[in-house]
Design a protein around this ligand. Structure first.
Ligand code: CO8
Length: 258
């Protein structure tokens, strides 16, 4: 499949999607969001893929929705034909593990898409923000919901109301990103994490992700019950027998479902 606004490649069991509109700092235009959804659907179907990496360029993960496209939209057209809702579904509901590798700007919809991934590894040059308020609107793809869950109310309010950017160090302190590494090491670090994930049992990795995501939707008692039931169900997997046998036999596990 030939894409125009993204690049897609496979390395072993890891699928890599690179946002590729350098002329617009990877602004999320309709074409890009459509292609991103298609690429994710293809990786979801591909049984040989165990983890996906979403990244941009050194200068920008994505500088937000494409403002030049958005400025001519009206309420009815956005309601009837909402490209962001489709992208939201394809990233936030992606069932396999997905890591955002962020260098440079992750602003507006760019920050929101990174937050839809399972976790973010950032380069020291990363800059995160929800500057929509400077454009006379507010975040529209989860920024007001996922950012406070990630960094708490005070910093989410600060970022969304002032429109300021925060650097990678502040983002790591606040809990938005899991690790910060030098820009030159970003892709090696992310690929190492993705490859490690892709060697695990895929159904177990997917269930783990599902359980953690469930913690943002339900109360503690319900969440713990969900976790216990899923944990118990994993004792019907060949991969559970293999994982525990490998430990007892002091060898590396060879998971069947990966
Ligand atoms: N949309 C369209 N074009 C953009 C965008 C954007 N978001 N960001 C940058 N560009 C373009 C610039 O217009 C410029 O193009 P040209 O050379 O043709 O003038 C080119 O990219 C390079 O940008 P700059 O010259 O501005 O580069 P600087 O290094 O001087 O500045 C900044 C970089 C600070 C990132 C600056 O470009 C900027 O402020 N960009 C806009 C950031 C922003 O406001 N983002 C929020 C957008 S609204 C949004 O995301 C709503 C989300 C809705 C949900 C989306 C879910 C998918």
């Amino acid at each position: 499949m030939a894409y125009k606004t993204i690049q897609v490649k496979t390395e072993g069991r890891v699928g890599v999607i690179t946002l590729n509109r350098p002329e617009a700092l990877n602004a999320l235009c309709d074409a890009l969001t459509g292609e991103l959804a298609e690429a994710l659907a293809a990786f979801e179907r591909d049984e040989d893929i165990g983890c996906v990496v979403l990244t941009g360029s050194r200068k920008a993960f994505a500088a937000g929705a494409d403002i030049k496209e958005l400025q001519s939209r009206d309420q009815v057209s956005l309601y009837l034909n909402d490209p962001f809702a489709q992208t939201w579904e394809s990233v936030a509901r992606f069932r396999k593990p997905i890591i955002a590798a962020v260098s440079g700007y992750a602003l507006g919809g760019g920050c929101e898409i990174a937050m839809m991934c399972d976790f973010i590894i950032a380069s020291e040059t990363a800059k995160f923000g929800q500057p929509e308020i400077n454009l006379g609107v507010m975040p529209g793809s989860g920024g007001t919901q996922r950012l406070p869950r990630a960094v708490g109310k005070a910093k989410a309010m600060d970022l969304c109301l002032t429109g300021r950017m925060m650097d990678a160090e502040e983002a790591e302190r606040a809990g938005l990103v899991s690790r910060v590494v030098p820009a030159d090491d970003l892709m090696d670090t992310v690929m190492e994490a993705a490859e490690a994930i892709a060697t695990k049992s895929l159904p177990v990795a997917m269930m783990t992700k599902e359980a953690i995501n469930r913690s943002f939707e339900v109360g503690l008692t319900e969440g713990v019950l969900f976790e216990r039931r899923v944990f118990q169900s994993q004792f019907s997997l060949e991969d559970q027998r293999e994982g525990m046998a490998a430990f007892a036999e002091k060898r590396a596990p060879h998971f069947k479902h990966r």
